[in-house]
Design a binder for this molecule. Structure first.
Ligand SMILES: [Zn+2]
Length: 298
C-alpha cells in the first residue's frame, strides 16, 4: 500500500511537471506579487474595427459617468457624433484656424495626473488610476516621463504646457501628446504603441504619430505592440463634442502607451530611464514640427 501511494504521488508529480513544461498551465500568475491592481482602462485589447452603430464607442468606455447625452436633431447622440465629419455650423466654429505667430506650442499630458481635481463632466475618471505594478503607479511613471519631455521640448525652443487629466477647454496647440503606461494580467506582454484620435479633424495626427514611432523605437529599443485599444483612439480628451475639457479638433493629437508597467523589463526601463523614454517622445515631436515648418533648427 505504501509503495502504491508513493508511486501515485510520483506519477502525479511527473504529470504536473510535464504540464508546466509543456506550457499547459503555469503557477506563475498565482504567485505574482508584483501585480497588485490593473486598471481595466488599459487591459481591453481589441483590434480596431469599424463600428456598425457605434456600440463599442459607448460600451467600451465603462468608467464614463452616465451623463445625459443631448441628441442632435437627427436623433444621434453626441458620443456617436464624435466619429462623424463636422457639419457646416461646426465647421464655422471648429474649422481650420490660423495659428498665432510665435514658437510652436505643445501640450504634454501626464495620464491620470491630478484626477482629484476633475470638473463635473469628467467625474467618471476619478477612479481611473491607471496601471499599478511592482510598487509603481502609472501616474508617477507618466509624470516623470512627461516632465522630462517638457524639458527637452523647452530646450528646443518650443512653448510647452504640462497638462493634467483635465485638458483646458477646446485646447488648441500645434501638438497634444497624452502619455500613459499600459497594463495587462499577462505579464509577458510588452511593447509600446502610439495612436491618433479615431477621427482626426486636423488632418495631421497621423503624421505626428508616424514621426514618433521611429524615434521612440530607436531611443527605447522596445518593440511595437499592435494591439491597439479603442480606448486609445476614443480617448476622452480627443472627444471635443462630448466634453468641454478636450482638445480643439484642429489640434494634432496622439496618445502614447510607453510600455507595459506589468512587464518586468518594460517597467524597469520606464522607471529607471524616464529621460530615455522622454527622448524618444520628444525627438518625434521635434521631427514632426520641423517637417511641418513650425520649427527651424539653427
Ligand atoms: Zn493610463
Amino acid at each position: 500500500m505504501k509503495y502504491f501511494v508513493f508511486g501515485a504521488l510520483v506519477i502525479v508529480g511527473i504529470g504536473i511537471w510535464w504540464l508546466n513544461a509543456a506550457g499547459q498551465f503555469s503557477f506563475r500568475d498565482s504567485h505574482n506579487d508584483e501585480m497588485e491592481f490593473i486598471d481595466d482602462a488599459d487591459t481591453t485589447r481589441s483590434v480596431i474595427t469599424e463600428p456598425t452603430d457605434y456600440p463599442e464607442a459607448s460600451t467600451s468606455v465603462t468608467y464614463l459617468p452616465p451623463i445625459p447625452e443631448p441628441t442632435n436633431p437627427d436623433g444621434r447622440t453626441r458620443w456617436a457624433a464624435y466619429w462623424e465629419p463636422m457639419n457646416a455650423e461646426e465647421y464655422a466654429v471648429y474649422g481650420p484656424t490660423t495659428r498665432p505667430a510665435g514658437p510652436p506650442r505643445v501640450g504634454i499630458q501626464a495620464g491620470h495626473w491630478q484626477r482629484e481635481n476633475l470638473p463635473n463632466e469628467l467625474s467618471g475618471l476619478t477612479g481611473s488610476s491607471g496601471a499599478t505594478a511592482g510598487g509603481y503607479t502609472e501616474t508617477e511613471v507618466n509624470l516623470a516621463v512627461a516632465e522630462e519631455v517638457v524639458k527637452l521640448l523647452t530646450n528646443a525652443g518650443i512653448e510647452v504646457t504640462l497638462l493634467p487629466v483635465t485638458v483646458p477647454i477646446d485646447y488648441l496647440a500645434d501638438a497634444f501628446i497624452s502619455i500613459h503606461a499600459d497594463g495587462n494580467t499577462d505579464t509577458s506582454i510588452s511593447g509600446f504603441k502610439i495612436a491618433p484620435p479615431r477621427t482626426d479633424y486636423s488632418g495631421k495626427a497621423q503624421r505626428l504619430v508616424d514621426a514618433m514611432y521611429p524615434t521612440y523605437e530607436q531611443a527605447t529599443g522596445l518593440k511595437r505592440d499592435e494591439a491597439f485599444t479603442r480606448r486609445m483612439s476614443g480617448y476622452y480628451a480627443f472627444n471635443w463634442r462630448r466634453y468641454d475639457h478636450a482638445v480643439h479638433p484642429q489640434t494634432p493629437s496622439a496618445i502614447v502607451e510607453m510600455g507595459f508597467l506589468t512587464n518586468a523589463s518594460d517597467r524597469t526601463l520606464m522607471t529607471t530611464q524616464p529621460a530615455l523614454i522622454a527622448e524618444g517622445i520628444a525627438n518625434g515631436i521635434i521631427n514632426y514640427l520641423t517637417a511641418e515648418g513650425l520649427l527651424t533648427t539653427e
